[in-house]
Write a protein that binds this ligand. Structure first.
Ligand code: NAI
Length: 338
């Protein structure tokens, strides 16, 4: 099939200029790995986002099917599909935001780092194409291990001379989404009103919820703190085990990815006070990358916020997180440099 026509039926009967009435500016968004467990619901939700005018769906498998399916939704974004490496550059050209959920997920018993050997190469290849075709795009990396894949993308961009720390973000939003949900459960609150900062990274002990800074202010018992910290850090494993070999979080991840991507797009549009947690290039600790709250704006990340006051329990957690995170960052950097 002529994939460039995907989103229409290839008849050539679409009248140019009929779309996008209503005057919304609209952003061009590409999803790389769009036919996967995360990619499909993510593509569906992005098709529903009124800030998106063009949606490019790229995968090495099944992109035509997913594209044909999603393109029938009666929302304004124009959907196009791209299959395999020869169409990668076309998929990326002109994009404002690139979201990457490409790569293998965990099976029971695996850590995120066990995915490194396969996913590192995938993220490197995709990042090289981004550097070439849309070096100014905001990039949201979902592929695990995020603690290493974000440094990999940064190194690729540095090599290409296109690295802009304001544009590269590892998506840790699912940790925040889980933290909000679990805290709301324990405190009998509406999860939509709960805001838990989660800092550090996106794997095990590097996931550091700051329960002392929860909004609305909550006072937890030590038992509650330990239960919540453990559940937030192992929320991904909870899903991997429940799915018993059929993959990791996909639906909650797609929800979280869209929440974060929408925040990025509202920032690009110029909305004020868009603040979310993400794993970014950072001076908040001595590590070159760290997840913390960031303010999103017209240039991507407009400001990286510090951690705020931590209690003793969180300070101990921070030291543990930094130890593991440093190694994971180094592993990513070395992978590109070697
Ligand atoms: P999946 O296996 O269902 O889908 C992955 C998709 O990537 C497949 O459609 C596959 O064809 C595609 N793909 C493989 N190589 C590719 C390449 N070179 N270029 C483009 N596409 C390629 O996996 P799932 O469940 O969607 O997970 C994807 C990734 O997201 C995994 O690495 C997983 O660990 C990670 N993840 C991250 C989370 C986070 O919080 N950041 C949460 C959950 C998962």
């Amino acid at each position: 099939p002529n994939l460039d026509q995907m989103g229409g039926d290839g008849s050539g009967l679409r009248r140019v200029g009929c779309r996008a009435k209503g005057g919304s500016p609209g952003f061009k968004v590409a999803i790389l790995g769009a036919a996967g467990g995360i990619g499909q619901p993510l593509a569906m939700l992005m098709k529903m986002n009124p800030l998106v005018s063009v949606l490019h769906l790229y995968d090495v498998a099944n992109a035509p099917g997913v594209t044909a399916d999603i393109s029938h939704m009666d929302t304004s974004a124009v959907v196009r599909g791209f299959l395999g490496q020869p169409q990668l550059e076309e998929a990326l050209t002109g994009m404002d935001l690139v979201i990457i959920p490409a790569g293998v997920p965990r099976k029971p018993g695996m850590t995120r780092d066990d995915l490194f050997n396969i996913n590192a190469g995938i993220v490197r290849t995709l990042s090289e194409a981004i550097a070439k075709c849309c070096p100014k795009a905001v990039v949201n990396i979902i592929s695990n291990p995020v603690n290493s894949t974000v440094p990999i993308a940064a190194e690729v961009f540095k090599k290409a001379g296109t690295f802009d720390p304001k544009k590269l973000m590892g998506v840790t939003m699912l940790d925040v989404v889980r933290a909000n949900t679990f805290v709301a459960e324990v405190m009998s609150l509406d999860p939509r009103e709960v805001d838990v900062p989660v800092v550090g990274g996106h794997a095990g002990v590097t996931i550091l919820p700051l329960l002392s800074q929860v909004k609305p202010p909550c006072s937890f018992t030590q038992k509650e703190i330990e239960y919540l910290t453990d559940r937030i850090q192992n929320g991904g494993t909870e899903v991997v085990e429940a799915k018993a070999g059929a993959g990791s979080a996909t639906l909650s991840m797609a929800y979280a990815a869209v929440k974060f991507a929408d925040a990025c797009l509202r920032g690009l549009r110029g909305d004020a006070n868009i603040v979310e947690c993400a794993f970014v290039s950072s001076h908040v600790t001595e590590l070159p990358f760290f997840a913390s709250k960031v303010r999103l704006g017209r240039s991507g990340i407009d400001e990286v916020y510090g951690l705020g006051p931590l209690n003793e329990y969180e300070r101990i957690g921070l030291e543990k997180a930094k130890k593991e995170l440093g190694g994971s960052i180094e592993k990513g950097v070395t992978f590109v440099k070697k």
